[in-house]
Design a protein around this ligand. Structure first.
Ligand code: ZN
Length: 151
């Protein structure tokens, strides 16, 4: 029925990237992927790459916070624990993901990433907020919540 359909959100599985339909009222209730059985939200950032990026960033209905990073970048590695700790505070209304700019340069280029770490909040693939430089966990959470309210 159209009435119930409009309440459903498309959520990409963090493990297999299959798109799941989840009633928005059940989003916080810990749903599992219909294909692989993984938790749809694991309280941890998703490892993004060329195969799963579009499912999470473009096709999913919830916005995504992407940490553009690289292994050679000291501040990126320093911020990694803070970014991971922000995930359980921001899920399930925001998906967190990490994109290795060395491994997936085309995606970094698509969003004109010039310095790292840079965090982007994407809504259906469109940038609604950007922040460069490492931040502690509470600053990440506050910035993201502010961006979601205004974006
Ligand atoms: Zn899955």
């Amino acid at each position: 029925m159209a009435g119930t359909d409009s309440q459903a959100l498309i959520i990409a599985c963090p493990m297999c990237a299959v798109l799941n339909r989840v009633p928005s009222s059940k989003l916080g209730a810990g749903g599992k992927c219909g294909k692989c059985g993984s938790d749809l939200f694991a309280a941890a950032p998703v490892e993004l790459d060329a195969r799963n990026f579009d499912a999470h960033a473009l096709r999913a209905d919830i916005p995504m916070l992407v940490d553009f990073w690289a292994d050679w970048c000291g501040p990126c590695r320093q911020m990694a624990p803070a970014f991971a700790a922000a995930a359980p505070q921001l899920e399930p209304w925001l998906r967190l993901g990490k994109l290795d700019t060395q491994a997936d340069q085309a995606i970094a280029a698509r969003y004109a990433i010039r310095t790292i770490p840079t965090m982007l909040i994407l809504k259906k693939g469109k940038e609604i907020a950007r922040q460069s430089g490492a931040m502690p966990v509470q600053a990440i959470v506050q910035w993201a919540r502010q961006a979601l309210r205004s974006g």
